[in-house]
Design a protein around this ligand. Structure first.
Ligand SMILES: NC(=O)c1ccc[n+]([C@@H]2O[C@H](COP(=O)([O-])OP(=O)(O)OC[C@H]3O[C@@H](n4cnc5c(N)ncnc54)[C@H](OP(=O)(O)O)[C@@H]3O)[C@@H](O)[C@H]2O)c1
Length: 265
């Protein structure tokens, strides 16, 4: 059974125009699902939508919206109106690399809105009809940075922990009602956003950087089977040592030291 047969006709990808979001969009369209794609910028999103329509026999709608705005989830729900959303991917995130105190209160609130409040509101607004129908799926993008305190990514890491814990809780609440929920915990992934940060290799033992397509195909394989998962074998091994073998303090030190080295802080 493919994703369309299992969940339904249409998926919504929030943060779709590039990187992991674009890879999700391609994969879902290849499975025959119609799409609603969201990003702020029009140009890249329109190009992606055109390429998907040319490649696959699917309908693609675009919504240009800023997921950091208050009440944006309600506005998006109003815009899609009669279209049933059967699979929701919340991919967009805001991250600040560097000292926590350098960001303004407004910037921190923008991060909280984009990374926590909007995905939580979208889960409620789009999850309710899925529960009524007794089928559907939600994927929240989380990160290895959310498994312990992640110095110089502190607020971002905390927001990714929120997504993992939210998805895991709703996996339990919704699994008996036909709705699959998963937190996709990625490690370093070669998205335009990641490449723009110009990261340096922090250690010869650092796990391999994954391609967005690898993260997406691993995630869609385990959707419905697990409440959360870590993509990439190297990331799973690193996480095993950091979470199961090392004292928590050591895991936090390694994470902070790695980010310091990667970003020359
Ligand atoms: N890349 C990594 O190494 C990595 C590692 C672990 C976890 N993750 C997680 O994977 C997800 C994707 O990361 P990414 O690196 O691909 O980059 P990203 O910047 O989080 O996502 C890029 C996509 O989201 C859209 N977007 C960003 N902010 C938005 C906003 N406020 N409103 C609407 N759309 C917005 C962008 O388009 P516009 O700019 O046009 O809006 C673009 O389409 C994130 O949740 C991230 O936490 C990434």
């Amino acid at each position: 059974m493919n994703l369309k047969q299992k969940y339904g006709q249409r998926a919504l990808v929030a943060g779709a125009s590039e990187g992991i979001g674009a890879a999700f969009s391609h994969h879902l369209a290849a499975e025959g699902m119609d799409l609603v794609l969201i990003s702020r910028g029009r140009e890249k999103l329109d190009l992606l939508a055109a390429s998907l329509r040319n490649t696959y026999p699917v309908e693609v709608d675009c919504i240009y919206a800023d997921l950091s705005e208050r009440d944006v989830a309600i506005k998006i729900k109003e815009q899609v109106k009669e279209l049933d959303i059967d699979l929701l991917v919340y991919n967009a995130a805001l991250s600040f690399i560097g000292a926590f105190e350098k960001n303004s209160i407004e910037e921190q609130e923008q991060l909280a809105q984009t990374n926590m409040i909007t995905p939580m509101n979208m889960m409620k607004l789009f999850g309710e009809p899925m529960l009524k129908k007794g089928k559907g799926a939600v994927i929240l993008m989380a990160s290895l940075a959310g498994f312990q305190g992640s110095g110089f990514l502190s607020a971002y890491g905390a927001s990714k922990a929120f997504n993992r814990v939210l998805a895991e809780g709703l996996w339990y609440e919704w699994k008996s009602r036909g709705v699959d929920v998963i937190a996709c915990c990625a490690g370093a992934t070669s998205t335009p956003n990641f490449i723009d940060t110009k990261p340096e290799k922090a250690s010869p033992f650092a796990p391999k950087v994954q391609a967005p397509e690898e993260v997406v195909s691993e995630c869609l394989k385990v959707l419905g089977k697990k409440p959360s998962f870590i993509s990439g074998r190297g990331n799973r091994i690193a996480s095993f040592f950091m979470q199961k073998i090392m004292p928590r303090k050591m895991a936090i030190m390694i994470m902070g030291d790695t980010t310091r080295k990667m970003y020359r802080i």
